[in-house]
Design a protein around this ligand. Structure first.
Ligand code: DGL
Length: 281
């Protein structure tokens, strides 16, 4: 059921306050529903942690927006999460991470965990020494992302494939449509022709079309995504800061979106695979 009653309340919390409360929630956000692929992994691996998830679906896709716009959204949402007293923030979005994590870390004291395309493991695992990264336009053009490739290509050729239009299909719950399948074919087939054996999902929305990608790429292509390493990094940071939950109870999961419609809530329910209540951001 959609609730209009409880929009997220902003407290006037300092950006520089230090959170010491183990029961505080972990804040997770993305331009939309894609970050649920990360939040799901966190919920599975850290079942006693509370999670506040924010989807900025009203402003998705970030991948086709300017850097200034992405930075403004990242700062606004992070401040909102900090005002809720979160003990850590996971930027469950490659586009937001590569474009905005540095300036965010310079402003806040809460630990910030980002998501970046898994260039290093892909280049290490590739036998043909040809890997491809599917990413948004804004990630594909980003300097930090290119530096990541320069640092970790390990002698492999790295092909970057921007995928405009793909996030919109997933946001609208149309990832199984023939049009989405056709778009995926258009992006993936030329990469296979060039001999890649490893494909990186460089956007957190893309795990939700992993089956379709796999069907097009074939079983010889290894597909890599980042939910598990990001969860590991979060676990490590919480342990280092003695912030892990001591609770024995199942964590509470709250979901907010800047675009609250019944269609959006249906998409959330399908991707989360458990009934949930979506609230207006
Ligand atoms: N899910 C996001 C990412 O990981 C962004 C998608 C978008 O809004 O363009 O890049």
């Amino acid at each position: 059921m959609i609730s209009n009653q409880e929009p997220i309340q902003k407290n006037n919390q300092e950006l520089s306050h230090i959170v010491t409360d183990n029961s505080a929630a972990i804040g997770v956000f993305d331009s939309g529903v894609g970050g649920l692929s990360i939040a799901k992994c966190i919920a599975q691996q850290l079942p006693h942690e509370n999670i506040i998830y924010i989807a900025d679906s009203l402003h998705a896709p970030y991948g086709e927006k300017s850097v200034d716009f992405i930075i403004e959204r990242v700062n606004t949402i992070s401040k909102l999460l900090i005002s809720q007293g979160v003990k850590a923030i996971v930027i469950a979005c490659n586009t937001a991470t590569v474009n905005a994590i540095e300036q965010l870390r310079a402003q806040v004291t809460v630990p910030i965990i980002g998501v970046e395309p898994a260039v290093k493991p892909a280049a290490k695992q590739s036998i043909s020494k040809k890997v491809a990264i599917l990413a948004t336009q804004a990630t594909s053009e980003n300097r930090r992302f290119k530096d990541l490739i320069d640092l970790h290509h390990n002698g492999a050729q790295v092909l970057i494939q921007p995928c405009p239009g793909l996030v919109e299909f997933i946001e609208q719950g149309k990832q199984h449509s023939p049009a989405c399948h056709e778009l995926l074919r258009e992006y993936i087939r030329p990469l296979i022709k060039q001999g890649i054996d490893t494909l990186v999902l460089g956007c957190t929305h893309y795990p939700f079309v992993q089956h379709q990608i796999s069907a097009i790429a074939g079983s010889q292509v290894n597909i890599i995504e980042t939910a598990a390493p990001v969860t590991q990094q979060l676990t490590k940071i919480l342990a280092e800061k003695s912030l892990n939950s001591f609770s024995k109870r199942q964590g509470k999961h709250q979901f907010f979106s800047s675009l609250m419609t019944s269609e959006q809530e249906d998409v959330f329910n399908i991707l989360w695979q458990k009934p949930l209540t979506l609230k207006q951001l």
